[in-house]
Every structure is written in structure tokens, then in C-alpha cells.
Design a protein around this ligand. Structure first.
Ligand code: TLP
Length: 356
């Protein structure tokens, strides 16, 4: 059966026609030598949008987080991050493996923010040879594993205040920062005002085919540029990629509100399906998680059977994640809900009517 609805991630979005045209027509040069005019334009635009001095085009969000760590830390340092951080769970331990950096985890609050009290308590005392120096605090907004939860300006400021009081810089994994900005109706630059550097993705809800941006001070970006070359991320005529990124930043941000509205529709529909456990009050942006009542079956059984009905989702331990994006409209949401409801009905029948 063909896939009717792909809810695995917003990374599956294809470039728009306007992006394809811009890529076709892109003026290019050798970006490693700083000579690609389209990359330079994108980097200037990203720096402006984030209110930072400079920006760097990187291959992925993972590379943005890696360079954020490499440029801020030395081998033997320690990073403080949320226990649900993407850079802890889903980036192949790159920061530890390539940066020689240890991670100290503090709990994420329900929508993903870190408690400044926890962060302050985790900062290592200086001048004690037993401790690794705390070199960086990492935040994430929106918080992927917390239902795409939104972290507010005040919550970000509070953590930055304690980190900065101890002379520790703050890196933000803002892969989906524009989802937070649209949800809060606050410009992204406000949300990142207090962090020292931020990475965000062009290739998720914004629909560009490739690329993320790392933004920060001129000095920091110069250092990150050196590290990018070292990890093999220096690209040549990357203007072809950057052209789509410019279209993404100029035209694709506001429409994320549609994804949030469709995610809400999906969330409310899921909450009404007996046998699925889901709380719509947790959903703010385009990501949602739910569980299958254990009396009915497991997340992986549900995922397999849903795929047979043409709906692709991602199991994540005992939860199932759905991510709404540009290729999922209201009709696709309704089709996914029907498929989910029929799947659970079938599973409940087989389990002898279990689950409520
Ligand atoms: N997240 C992806 C992958 O984990 C599969 C997804 O589908 O959600 N930070 C955050 C918060 C992210 O969600 C992701 C990607 C990244 C960083 C890494 O971005 P990429 O995939 O560009 O390396």
C-alpha cells in the first residue's frame, strides 16, 4: 500500500517549487574561501533574524550542536544539558566522542525548560582538581521529547542568568525555534536574546532540503568555521543549498501555525480513541506523543499495523510520536485518525475487548 500520511517527522518535507527555482538559479562560488554569494546572503540573513553578529551554514542540526560544543569546550570539560536533550539522546554521542566532553544531565520540566536552580546546582565549583570544568549549558526549544514543548523568553533568561553569573556560556538547540516563535507570537530573536549561540534547522518544518544555521558572536562563528572544516563540513558551491534556505527563512515561517492547528486537531482526535493514552493539554506545536494502553498491545505492534493502513509513525521506547508538517493537511489528519481508530479497534478485539 502507498503511504498516505507520513507523520514520522517534519524532516520528510520536500522543497517547495520556489525553493527548487531558487536552487536552479543560485549564484555560487567556493564557500570554503568565503566566495559563495548565496551562502553569504543566507548567513547574513540568519544572523539578522536571530539578532546575532554572525552565522554559519552547517550540514545538519546535529552538526550545529556538535560545532556549538566544539567551539565552546575543550576535551575534559563538562556540558550541562536536559535529560531529554536531543543532543544527548539522538546524536550518536558525537559531542562526547569527538569533543571529549562529558555530559551532566538535569531534569527537563514538563514543557522542556530547565530549572535554573538545578542548573546552578550542577555547575562545578572552580579550582578543585577533581571536577571537570563546566564549559557550557545547552537548552532546547522547542523540546522534541517533551511534545515539542515551548520554552519562554523568561525561562530562557533565567537559565542564562545563572550560567552567565558563573561565566558559563549557553548554547541553544533551536532546531524548531520558529515553531516556538510562532506559538508564542514572539520573534525568534527575542527567544534567543540571552543565549550565546543558537543552531536552527532549515530542513524541518521550514521545508528546505538540507541545512541548519549556527549563529553567535563573530569570534565564536570564526572558531566554529574552523571546526566545521575539521569535521569535513566545509562545502564548496553550497549556494545551491543556501538558496533554498533563504526561501525558507523569507517565506516559510508563518505557515507553521497551520501545522500547529493540524497537530491540535490530531491531538484532540487521538484523545477520543479508546485504547490510546494521550493528553492534548501537553501539545503546543507540531509534535505529539501518545501511548497504547498496555492491555491492548505495544507501541511497536500499533506502529506496524498503522503502517499497513498507510500511516507512518515513529515508536520511541513505549511511546509513539507523530509530527505534523506541510504535507499533512486537515484531510490527512482525519485519514490518520480513522486509521488509528481502526487499528486500535482491531487490536482491542484481538485482546478480548481490553483497553478504555
Ligand atoms: N530530529 C529528528 C531526528 O532525531 C530523527 C526528528 O525527526 O525529530 N535537535 C533537535 C531538537 C532535533 O529534533 C533534531 C532532529 C536535531 C537537533 C538534529 O537535526 P538533523 O537531523 O538535521 O541532524
Amino acid at each position: 500500500m502507498t503511504n498516505l500520511v507520513d507523520l514520522r517527522s517534519d524532516v520528510v518535507t520536500h522543497p517547495t517549487q520556489a525553493m527548487r527555482k531558487a536552487m536552479y538559479e543560485a549564484e555560487v562560488g567556493d564557500d570554503v574561501s568565503g566566495e559563495d554569494p548565496t551562502v553569504n546572503r543566507l548567513e547574513d540573513l540568519a544572523a539578522h533574524v536571530m539578532g546575532k553578529e554572525a552565522a554559519l551554514l552547517v550540514s545538519s542540526g546535529t552538526q550545529g550542536n556538535l560545532l556549538g560544543a566544539l567551539a565552546n569546550c575543550r576535551s575534559g570539560d563538562e556540558i550541562i544539558a536536559g535529560a531529554d536533550a536531543h543532543l544527548f539522546w539522538n546524536e550518536s554521542a558525537g559531542i562526547s566522542a569527538l569533543g571529549g566532553v562529558q555530559m551532566r544531565l538535569v531534569p527537563n520540566q514538563s514543557q522542556g525548560a530547565l530549572d535554573p536552580v538545578d542548573v546552578e546546582a550542577a555547575i562545578r565549583p572552580k579550582n578543585d582538581v577533581h571536577y571537570p570544568p563546566t564549559a557550557l549549558v545547552c537548552l532546547e526549544n522547542t523540546q522534541n521529547r517533551r511534545n515539542g514543548g515551548v520554552v519562554t523568553v523568561d525561562e530562557t533568561a533565567a537559565v542564562c542568568r545563572v550560567a552567565h553569573d558563573h561565566g558559563v556560556p549557553v548554547h541553544l538547540d533551536g532546531a524548531r525555534i520558529f515553531n516556538a516563535a510562532v506559538y508564542l507570537e514572539t520573534p525568534a530573536r527575542e527567544l534567543v536574546r540571552d543565549v550565546d549561540d543558537v543552531t536552527f534547522c532549515l530542513s524541518k518544518g521550514l521545508s528546505a532540503p538540507v541545512g541548519s544555521m549556527l549563529c553567535g558572536s563573530g569570534e565564536f562563528i570564526a572558531e566554529a568555521r574552523r571546526w566545521r572544516k575539521m569535521v569535513g563540513g566545509g562545502m564548496r558551491q553550497a549556494g545551491v543549498i543556501a538558496a533554498a534556505g533563504i526561501v525558507a527563512l523569507e517565506t516559510m515561517i508563518e505557515r507553521l501555525a497551520q501545522d500547529h492547528a493540524n497537530a491540535r486537531r490530531l491531538s484532540e482526535g487521538l484523545a477520543d480513541i479508546p485504547g490510546l493514552l494521550h493528553d492534548p493539554s501537553e501539545v503546543q506545536t507540531n509534535i505529539l506523543f501518545f501511548r497504547v494502553d498496555p492491555a491492548v498491545g505495544t507501541a511497536s505492534q500499533f506502529t506496524r499495523r498503522l503502517a499497513d493502513r498507510g500511516v507512518k509513525v515513529k515508536p520511541s521506547e513505549d511511546r509513539i510520536r507523530m509530527v505534523v508538517h506541510r504535507h499533512v493537511d486537515a484531510a490527512a489528519v482525519d485519514a490518520a485518525l480513522l486509521a488509528a481508530s481502526e487499528t486500535v479497534k482491531e487490536m482491542r478485539r484481538e485482546a478480548g475487548g481490553a483497553g478504555s
